[in-house]
Design a protein around this ligand. Structure first.
Ligand SMILES: *Cc1c(COP(=O)(O)O)cnc(C)c1O
Length: 351
């Protein structure tokens, strides 16, 4: 039972009843929320508080993800649910969580903010996960295990059987961060396991393939019990009116997304091959995301060289497990060509 895992103070918490969540039904005169009835200099309707539960947007997301609305939490980016999970499940100074390294930096930051210890379990040499190794790192105070799939910065998917093994054996929550899932092969998501495991949380976002990083909308897909508690703990108006409206508009106009994603995947494959042919490249790691992790002879030197030509990539050389590596996002056709031209001139001067 998930309730047993939740911190006592959160279980007992009475949610803040905002004016807009208390009122249900039809009305035309709103004198309940101390808003400015004269209007807003920012634009129509922006004098009003947003829908705290994002009802209209959630209906569209529900159709898109084929997940019931009760199983969807929408947050200010998917970084919001990461922080909420810590606050809901981990007693500061006592509990711990596990992450599989190298991985996304926010789990560590959220753990630090919440004064929760983080245990690092290194991925295997090919960046795959060993569920049994993860289980031996867990104890009675381990509340969350973060699995990033496709993993940032390595780009690989985690094996679904290994994830299921954790769900079967580990008593806490298994959080699978699928920020890059739209770039992976169809069927790679573990969201279909939600109906089977109450302790599974799947994080997805509109920031990457969906091209809405500036709107700040991410989601947690989870059991209705868990979603209800997340809604209780979140800031009442966590997603602004404009972000909700723009996201609704974008999701009704999806035609570009699928062809952009296909093109990104094709460009990823082109870059994978082209990078692999460069003399200073030691290894290009296979990727199911919109970036490639590349191990080179001198990462800092190459990073500086590219920067001097106005091309910024992510230097991961000091990250444990990523020694000598740069993480390069797949750009537009023109950007990728610019990158390859710069890399070719680098290889001429470095030889
Ligand atoms: C980018 C990213 C996120 C996302 O972010 P939001 O913009 O907050 O939705 C989450 N997880 C991983 C692994 C990422 O790389």
């Amino acid at each position: 039972m998930i309730e047993r895992l939740i911190r006592d103070n959160i279980r007992k918490l009475e949610a803040y009843a905002s004016a807009r969540s208390e009122f249900k039904g039809k009305a035309s005169v709103f004198l309940d929320a101390n808003e400015n009835a004269m209007g807003s200099p920012a634009g129509d309707n922006l004098n009003r508080y947003p829908d705290p539960l994002q009802t209209s947007l959630k209906q569209i997301v529900s159709d898109l993800k084929r997940v019931p609305e009760a199983c969807i939490f929408l947050g200010n980016g998917s970084d919001e649910p990461i922080d909420l999970l810590f606050r809901m499940f981990c007693k500061p100074g006592q509990d711990n969580v596990i992450q599989l390294t190298p991985t996304y930096g926010m789990y560590q930051v959220a753990a630090g903010i919440n004064d929760v210890a983080i245990r690092n379990v290194p991925l295997q040499d090919d960046f795959s996960m060993d569920a049994l190794k993860v289980l031996t790192a867990a104890d009675a105070d381990t509340k969350l295990i973060f699995i990033c799939s496709p993993n940032n910065p390595t780009g690989n998917l985690m094996d679904r059987k290994q994830v299921e093994l954790l769900l079967k054996r580990f008593k806490g929550l298994v959080v699978v961060d699928e920020a890059y899932i739209d770039f992976a092969a169809p069927g790679a998501s573990v969201a279909d396991l939600l109906h089977k495991y109450e302790r599974l949380v799947v994080l997805q976002t509109f920031s990457k393939a969906w091209g809405m990083a500036g709107l700040r909308i991410g989601m947690a897909l989870a059991s209705p019990v868990l979603v209800a508690i997340m809604n209780k703990v979140k800031a009442p108006y966590n997603i602004g009116t404009l972000a909700q409206e723009y996201a609704i508009r974008a999701l009704r106009n999806q035609k570009w997304i699928h062809s952009w994603t296909r093109e990104t995947i094709a460009q990823r494959q082109m870059l994978y091959l082209a990078l692999g042919r460069l003399p200073f490249v030691i290894k290009v790691f296979p990727s199911e995301a919109n970036f490639l992790l590349v191990k080179v002879v001198d990462a800092q030197q190459l990073y500086d060289y590219l920067l001097a030509r106005g091309i910024v990539v992510r230097n991961r050389a000091t990250v444990k497990g990523c020694e000598g590596c740069l993480r390069i996002t797949v750009g537009s056709l023109e950007e990728n060509e610019q990158l390859l031209l710069a890399l070719e001139s680098y290889s001429k001067q470095s030889l």
